[in-house]
Structure formats: C-alpha cells, structure tokens
Design a protein around this ligand. Sequence first.
Ligand code: SF4
Length: 323
Amino acid sequence: MSALLEIRDLYLEFKTSRGRLKALNGITFDIQPGEVFGLVGETGCGKTVTGLSILRLLPRSATITSGQVLLEGTDLLALSRSQIESLRGSKIAMIFQDPSTSLNPVFSIGSQIERVIRQHMQVSRQAAREKVRSVMAAVGLPDVERILGSYPHQLSGGMQQRVMIAMALSCSPRLLIADEPTTSLDVTIQAQILKLLRELQKKFDVAVILITHNLGVIAQTCDRLAVLYGGRVAESGSTRDIFNQPQHPYTRGLMNAIPHPGTRGKKMSTIPGTVPTNPGAMTGCSFAPRCEFAMERCSLETPPLYPLGENHSSACFLVEPKP
Ligand code: SF4
C-alpha cells in the first residue's frame, strides 16, 4: 500500500531574540491510509510543530529550511498559499487541545459547520444542512436540533470537542491531525473522545495523527507511533512492538512514567533533566545529557534510525548492528 503522507527529512527553525532555534532536525515518517498514528514526546520535542508544518499553519518566526511533506505524492511545501488553503479542511483537517478557542463564540454551532462545508464543497444550502446533521449525529451529539442553534459557551468541553471533530470530518478529509484533543477534558470524557476517534477513523476511512505527551493515550488508540525527541524520531514502530519491546532509552523513560492502577499515592518515575531548547545546535545524540547509558561516542555522533525489523526502528547506538 502506498503511503498517504510522507514526511521526509524535515528541518525547521525559529528566529528568536537569542538566535536561530533548530526545532525540527530531520523528522521522517509515513502515514498509511486509514491508520491511527501517534506522535508522542514531552513538551518541546517537536510534535505540535510537526503537525502545524503539514498544514503550513506555522507562526511567522518559523521557517522550514529543508525536507518534504508529500500528500499522495504532492509536496505540500511547494504549493501556493491558495492551493494549501483549499486543501485545509477538505483533504486534511486539524483539531486542537482547547475547542473553546477554535470555535467562534458569536456564531451558532450549526452555522459554523455549515460554513466550513460550503467553503469546500459545491453544495446547496439544503444539502449542507443535511450534511451538518449527519456529521453531528455521527460524532454522538445528542439532541442535534438543539445543538445546531446553540452557541459554544452553552456546551460542555466534551461536547465542544465533538463539535470540532464533526466540523473536521464534515468535508470527508483523508487525514485528521488531532493535537492533544483530550488534554483539557476530564478523564471519563477523554476516554469517550478517544473511543470516538477510533470509531470515526473506521467509519470515515480517515487516517488520524494523534499528537500527545501521554503514551497511555497512544496505547489505547494508535496502530503505530513515532516517539520524538529533540526534533527527531527517537523510535518508531507498531504500538505492539514498541510497548512489548521499547528499544530507545527515552521511550523506556516515557513508559516508566505511565501511571498504572495501584500506583496512586506512590511517587511517579520521571526522566531526569529537561528537554533541550535548541536540540539542532547540539553535537551528538540530543538525549545524551539525560541518558543513563550515554557513552563517549554519544556526545560526538548523531545516531541514525537503525531498522530493528519490519516497521520498527530506533535512533540509538545501543541497537547498532554488530559488524
Ligand atoms: Fe543514550 Fe547514546 Fe542511545 Fe543517545 S545514542 S539514547 S545517549 S545510549
């Protein structure tokens, strides 16, 4: 099967008052049609910037210095502004952590979803309204008629996020990017939204990139994942392979930090140290200052992604094949 999205050797930097901050340093991964793919790492590892790069929704201070983002073979980085704008919402849609900031407070829910549909599809007002009702029902919103006329502040956080998902799916995109979609919600609602994403991925045959800092969320939801660190892929593979046999010390650190039933009240395991602020300016493995296995070589050379079998790879010298 050919990939739906291919991110190839993506480099990005921010211009700051302290100079150039190299945030993405050669990110490479593929998304297959209809899969749920997790991008995981701590804050500052490059996951949100990667998501925003796909849709070119980056702040002015950011520049993609090299690489490709190929959607069905078309490089999105080479498209004109109007071409990428028409693609947003129609082929690729994105939802964010806080739905209340994404919804317009002065328009009713029905009119906001209808506007998105009419912007991207040549349909009559009547057909657009029918589509609004069908996507709202598909995301499990109860009492559709009442919610159509409601304003965002009249809905709970969980319902607002369902509205955002309905809006994102209203034009049948091929790819949905969900950036921490459950972080602002309470635990019960989080589980419902993750279950919903999984169901909708099958129903709408849409691929999903789920961006999260929480490996537990990935375990429940994703087919495959990439663990990011320092703006690079530290480890990637199927969820089963990575959870059964994590190979990168950073992945193992994240896994040890997942809370399990029965650990309440006990001190959680954490990874010592902090994420580097300018990983691209470092020599060697950007995880070396925090890694208990670091060798002399680790601060001199950057480890490549070593393949470990079908679909599993790790960027660590510990898994380098013996000559
Ligand atoms: Fe640790 Fe070295 Fe592996 Fe980096 S390459 S994760 S520093 S052992």
